[in-house]
Write a protein that binds this ligand. Structure first.
Ligand SMILES: Nc1nc2c(c(=O)[nH]1)N[C@H]1C(S)=C(S)[C@@H](COP(=O)(O)O)O[C@H]1N2
Ligand SMILES: [Mo]
Length: 254
């Protein structure tokens, strides 16, 4: 329980990180001619106004190879010790399966070999954790939109829920995002970091990258992807492990 209070105490640093992210958003908006007519980025503009003007479909900033952090630390769970995970890890995740289910026409059960053979996207992005650290890494994976297309998402779906193999204090980690983020081109189910298969500490064999949001949204050790109409009745109903327990926002946009 101590740990939960520690994390709550640190949320302030997330606000500082958010401000950095907004500067990036401002740069990108500045490239749009329509936006330039309305405002110029150098002008005084409060953060609230910027937030309202930031297009949720805009891309997160991407970095160059030279900017990749030499070490991408792990945070939160760094090696799920339960539920068969150690055996899966020892077998190189050969028998790991990821389900795509819920409000879909064709539920899928995919092996890592199948997922790695799907179309891939790579992106070098900055991960911002509310605990006050950031790291830049190159992520490679299958666009989530691709998986959802293959499964045939049904109209009533509003959210995508990710269930993870790890537990914190015996509670399974989970997260959720809406369809704007689920279908965003940089939202991928990543299986590689810096051109190597994901290390265990960073979520092997598969983790979410949802680049316009803070670190806790990026579910690691993903076993199930589920399309749902509502978050009621999932976990404690607030859409994520930390959202259920501390005052972390469900929408953690940066
Ligand atoms: N399954 C799971 N996913 C998780 C966490 C976790 O504890 N369990 N921690 C979150 C937090 S707070 C952060 S900052 C990132 C850390 O990713 P990293 O370990 O690759 O640095 O994972 C997120 N996803
Ligand atoms: Mo985090």
């Amino acid at each position: 329980m101590n740990r939960l209070f520690t994390r709550r105490g640190l949320i302030g640093s997330g606000i500082a990180i958010g401000a950095g992210g907004l500067v990036g958003g401002c740069d990108r908006l500045g490239e749009s001619p329509t936006f330039r007519k309305i405002l110029s980025c150098g002008e005084a503009m409060n953060r609230h106004a910027q937030r309202l003007l930031t297009d949720r479909n805009a891309l997160a900033r991407e970095f160059s190879v030279a900017e990749i952090s030499p070490f991408f630390r792990g945070n939160g769970s760094q090696n799920p010790g339960t539920g068969g995970y150690p055996a899966h890890a020892a077998a190189g995740f050969a028998d790991w399966r990821v389900s795509v289910s819920g409000l879909v026409a064709r539920p899928l059960t995919l092996s890592m070999a199948q997922i790695r053979s799907m179309p891939r996207r790579s992106q070098i992005t900055r991960h911002d954790c509310v605990e006050g650290w950031s790291a830049i890494g190159k992520w490679t994976g299958v666009p989530l939109s691709r998986l959802l297309d293959q499964a045939g998402m049904i109209d009533r779906a509003r959210f995508i829920v990710f269930r993870c193999a790890d537990r914190i204090g015996d509670v399974p980690y989970y997260e959720s995002i809406d369809l704007v983020d689920a279908l965003h081109p940089q939202t991928i189910m990543a299986w590689a970091l810096n051109d190597r298969l994901l290390p265990i500490r960073n979520g092997a064999p598969l983790r979410l990258r949802v680049e316009r949001q803070l670190g806790y949204k990026h579910a690691k050790y993903v076993q199930s992807i589920e399309a749902v109409a509502s978050l009621d009745g999932i976990g404690l109903g607030k859409g994520g492990f930390w959202e259920d327990r501390v005052d972390y926002e469900w929408y953690a946009g940066i």
